[in-house]
Design a protein around this ligand. Sequence first.
Ligand SMILES: [Zn+2]
Length: 272
Amino acid sequence: MFHFYRYSFITKPLTSIILSDEMCPACNKKGCIEVTLYLRYAKVFIPILSMGRPTSVCCIECGHEIKSVNTPLFDKNKYSPGVTNGIKDIQASRKRSLLEFINPWTVFILLGLALTYGLISLWSFSSNKTDNNELLKSPKVGDIYKVNIDSMFISADEKAVENKISKTLFKIMDIKNDTLLMVRNKHKAEGIGLSESDWNSLSRKNNDFGNTPYKISSKGISEKKEILEFFNKKKMDSINKTDVVKSTNPFHFSKSIGKIPDYNGIEIIERK
Ligand SMILES: [Zn+2]
């Protein structure tokens, strides 16, 4: 029968030394006491957990066993100074390999750390999300929005269209029903804003924002996380005139300027 979880404990000798000055208490011969260092590990197809590095001491002449490899870790037996030193020496002589560090305790501690980290990041992420959503639902004058802007550039030879992403800030100056009157920061930074610090270089000062407000759809921000600018009246009238099916959907009368970052951990709206 096949067991997926078939495991075994392996005790593998790593190295051994002969204690030349030690005498065997059984056969009284000298220079035949051997100290062996083992590596013990649990194995499920592949070695997974180190269970320590036990030692054994025995006479290679008569087979007398001074210390068994299965002696418990906190061994109360007294050995001769020569044997005690021999055990110390052999343990110090071999550096621990990576495998030997992966013992049950390290795995336990690592799992604990990973779990703690996961819970903390999950908690901070979800609290950030709710904050953002609360603010999105109830825009207030003075709110500053982080915005990634997609701009199309025609290349010098006019053959290719290049897409450049930059980031800037929009600020609410007034609110009229579904329309937010927003001014745009005079500066922008290149590249997409993936983390909070990407927006740090932009000034939040009043005089760093332009004077002409954009008419932005509040619905576009809360529903699509998009900065949608309403067309002017002339264009809206012409759309109304030419369209066969009359639309009241604000998205039908606006064009996209940029997108609000909708990913991990970014404070979309800054409110004082
Ligand atoms: Zn012996």
